[in-house]
Design a protein around this ligand. Structure first.
Ligand SMILES: Nc1ncnc2c1ncn2[C@@H]1O[C@H](COP(=O)(O)OP(=O)(O)OP(=O)(O)O)[C@@H](O)[C@H]1O
Ligand SMILES: [Mg+2]
Length: 584
C-alpha cells in the first residue's frame, strides 16, 4: 500500500508534490515552498516563452534526451561579471570564515597582522590592544588598536571597503600581509552576519585630527559605502583602531584566540600586547626586545622563480630599451654579463627591444634562464626572529620545562624566493608526556592555527624520525612526548595553500629546510636526554651503594669478627672501588 502511494506521488507533477510524513503541516509546507520560490532565480524571459514544450513531456520518447531549455541567448542574458566581493561572500571559507570560532580568530588575526606590519614599516615599537566583548549569544564585538602610523583619511574607505586593495601585494618583502584582502574580508563577514558596519578611528600625527568612519562594502561593486564619518577625541597621538561586530563563538584551549595571542607575543618579542577576553580578564604580554627586528628590504624577483606568463608581461611593461637592460633592471642578481649569457643561450641579441620580442622568443628566453648559473637571491629581505629571542620567548610561553633549544638556519631559496627556517623546542617539565607533541607553526611571525595537516611544517615534523633522539613516534604522526615544537618560516613570499593563509605549501626545498632545522633540534634534545639518562643511572647506582654497602660491612664484622675500625675501613674501600668502577 505504501509502495503504491509512493508511486502515485511520483507521477504527480512537481508543483503538486506533497511533503512526505504527517508531521509537516500544510502551513509549514507552504512557507517552505515560499522560501524555495524566493531562493530560486527568476526565469529568464526566453525560458518563460516556451511553456508548451514543457507541458507535454508524455509525447517525448523515453529514450530521447530531454529538450534543452537554454539557448546561447538565454545564457548570455545571465552572463555577467562577478565582483570579487560577491565571490568571497559565497566562498568565505577560502578566507578563513567557515565556522564561528574560526571567524573570531581570523578577524582578530587580520587586524593584528595589519597593526604589526604598519608599526614595523613606520619604525615604531608596536603596542597593541585587543579586546573581545560578548554582545549576545554567538555575537561578539572585537576591537584592535595600535600605535602605528595611522591611515590617511582618503584611504580609510578604500582599505576597509574594497577587497584586494593594499600596499603589500606588489612588493617582494617579508610582511604578514600579502594579498590586500584581509581586513576588508573581515569587515565583509561582520556585515554579512550582523548587518553592522566596521568602525575605524585613525590619526596620523599629534597635530592632526582623529578621523572616525563607519564603513560597509557594496559587494556588487566591491566598493566602500561610507555610513558615517567625522572627527573624534582620541587619546592616542597616532595609530589606528578597528572595531567590528560578528557572529562568532569564543572557545578556550587549542586554536583559541587566547593561544593565538600568546603565540603572537612569542614570535614578536618587540611587541607589547594587552588582551582582554570576553569575560573581561586582562592578559598583558610585555615587550621582551626593546629594538625592532631588522627591517626587511624589498627585493626584485629572481630569474629562477619567474613564470612564462609573467616574463612575457615583464618584457611588455619594462622601461628598459634593450633586453640586457631589462633583465638587469627588473630581476635581482642579474649583472650585464649574466644578462648577455641568458640572451646568448636563448639565441637572442642582448640589444634587442624587449617590447618587440615575439612570444616564441620570450619562451626561448624563459628556457634559457635555468641553464645559466645565477647567484642566489639576496637575503636582506628576510627578518628572522633569531634563536636567542625564540629561546627567551619559549621560556615565557612554556615555563618550567627541563630543556629548551632553538636553531636559525641560513637562508635558502624556493622558486626564486628566499626564505629562512627557524625551529625550537621546549621539553619536559609541566608538559604532558602521553600526548602528541604540540606543534606551533609560524609564517612571517604569524601563528598558523588551522589546517595543520595540509602544512609543510606538519609534514616535515612527521617525516622526521624522532626515534633517533629517544622519543616515541607512531607512523604518520608527530612524536608522543612532553614537548612543544616551534617552527617559523620567514619569506618575501610565503606560499600559502589558500587565501586564508593557514598552511604552507609543501615545496621540496621548504620541507627539506624544516627537516634540517628539526633534526638539529632533535639531535640536541637526544644528546641531552642521553646525558640525563646517564646521570639518572649513576644516581641510581650511587643510591644502591649508599644503601647496601653498610650492610655488607655489618655482615663481614659478624662473620669474620672485624673490629668497628676494620669494618669502617672495609666499607670505605668497597665504596671507593665501586665509585671508581661506576665512573668508568
Ligand atoms: N592598522 C593599520 N595601520 C596602517 N595601515 C593599515 C592598517 N591596516 C591596514 N592598513 C593598510 O591597508 C592595506 C590593506 O590591508 P589588508 O589587510 O586588507 O591587506 P594586506 O595586509 O595588504 O594583505 P592581506 O590580505 O594578506 O592581509 C594594507 O596593505 C595597509 O597598507
Ligand atoms: Mg592584512
Amino acid at each position: 500500500m505504501a509502495k503504491l502511494a509512493a508511486k502515485k506521488t511520483t507521477r504527480r507533477r512537481e508543483h503538486e508534490r506533497k511533503p512526505a510524513g504527517k508531521s509537516v503541516r500544510p502551513q509549514a509546507a507552504r512557507s517552505q515552498m515560499k522560501l524555495f520560490e524566493e531562493a530560486a532565480p527568476a526565469p529568464a524571459p526566453e525560458m518563460a516563452a516556451r511553456p508548451v514544450k514543457q507541458a507535454k513531456p508524455a509525447k517525448v520518447p523515453k529514450t530521447a534526451t530531454p529538450p534543452r531549455r537554454e539557448t546561447a541567448e538565454s545564457l548570455a542574458s545571465r552572463q555577467r561579471e562577478i565582483s570579487v566581493s560577491e565571490f568571497f561572500t559565497k566562498n568565505r571559507h577560502l578566507l578563513g570564515f567557515d565556522n564561528p570560532a574560526k571567524a573570531l580568530l581570523t578577524a582578530i588575526k587580520e587586524a593584528v597582522d595589519n597593526s604589526l606590519d604598519a608599526c614595523e614599516e613606520a619604525g615604531i615599537l608596536p603596542s597593541l590592544e585587543v579586546t573581545i566583548r560578548e554582545v549576545s549569544e554567538e555575537r561578539y564585538r572585537i576591537m584592535v588598536s595600535d600605535n602605528g602610523p595611522g591611515i590617511v583619511k582618503q584611504q580609510i574607505p578604500k582599505i576597509f571597503g574594497t577587497l584586494l586593495y593594499g600596499s603589500k601585494f606588489h612588493v617582494l618583502k617579508q610582511s604578514r600581509g600579502q594579498q590586500g584582502i584581509g581586513i576588508s574580508a573581515a569587515g565583509m563577514y561582520s556585515q554579512l552576519t550582523t548587518g553592522k558596519p566596521v568602525k575605524i578611528i585613525s590619526r596620523t600625527s599629534k597635530g592632526k585630527p582623529a578621523h572616525v568612519y563607519e564603513i560597509q562594502i557594496d559587494t556588487r561593486k566591491n566598493a566602500p559605502e561610507v555610513i558615517t564619518e567625522g572627527v573624534v577625541d582620541w587619546p592616542h597621538e597616532h595609530g589606528t583602531s578597528v572595531e567590528m561586530e560578528l557572529q562568532a563563538s569564543y572557545k578556550k584551549g587549542r586554536r583559541s584566540v587566547d593561544d593565538y595571542i600568546a603565540q603572537t607575543a612569542l614570535a614578536n618579542p618587540h611587541a607589547e600586547v594587552v588582551y582582554t577576553d570576553p569575560k573581561g580578564e586582562e592578559f598583558r604580554y610585555p615587550r621582551l626586545a626593546q629594538e625592532l627586528p631588522r627591517e626587511p628590504v624589498a627585493i626584485k624577483p629572481h630569474p629562477y622563480g619567474v613564470e612564462l606568463g609573467v616574463l612575457m608581461k615583464m618584457m611588455k611593461e619594462t622601461r628598459s630599451r634593450n633586453l640586457r637592460g631589462a633583465l638587469q633592471a627588473d630581476f635581482s642578481r642579474v649583472s650585464g654579463k649574466v644578462a648577455d649569457e641568458i640572451a646568448g643561450a636563448a639565441g637572442l641579441r642582448a640589444e634587442a627591444r624587449p617590447k618587440s620580442l615575439t612570444p616564441g622568443e620570450v619562451e626561448r628566453l624563459f628556457k634559457a634562464i635555468p641553464t645559466i648559473k645565477i647567484m642566489s637571491p639576496p637575503t636582506n629581505c628576510l627578518s628572522p626572529i633569531g634563536d636567542v629571542m625564540i629561546l627567551e620567548g619559549l621560556g615565557k610561553a612554556v615555563p618550567g620545562c627541563d630543556f629548551y633549544t632553538a636553531v636559525t638556519r641560513t637562508p635558502a631559496v624556493y622558486r626564486g624566493n628566499p626564505f629562512q627556517i627557524e625551529a625550537g623546542l621546549a621539553y619536559g617539565g609541566p608538559l604532558p608526556g602521553d600526548e602528541l607533541t604540540d606543534l606551533w607553526r609560524f609564517a612571517n611571525r604569524v601563528p598558523l592555527q588551522y589546517q595543520q595537516a595540509a602544512c609543510a611544517i606538519t609534514r616535515s615534523a612527521i617525516l622526521n624520525d624522532w626515534k633517533n633522539y629517544g622519543l616515541q613516534q607512531a607512523r604518520g604522526a608527530v612524536p608522543t612526548a612532553p614537548m612543544v615544537l616551534f617552527v617559523h618560516m620567514a619569506s618575501a613570499w610565503v606560499p600559502f595553500t589558500s587565501e586564508s593563509k593557514e598552511a604552507i605549501a609543501s615545496y621540496p626545498e621548504i620541507v627539506k629546510e624544516i627537516r634540517l632545522a628539526l633534526q638539529e633540534c632533535g639531535r640536541r634534545l637526544g644528546a641531552w636526554l642521553r646525558h640525563r639518562r646517564r646521570v639518572e643511572d649513576a644516581e641510581k647506582k650511587r643510591s644502591y651503594i649508599e644503601k647496601y654497602i653498610p650492610h655488607i660491612g655489618i655482615a663481614l664484622r659478624e662473620i669474620l669478627g672485624f673490629t668497628a675500625k676494620e669494618e669502617v675501613k672495609v666499607v670505605e674501600t668497597l665504596k671507593d672501588t665501586l665509585e671508581r668502577s661506576r665512573a668508568i
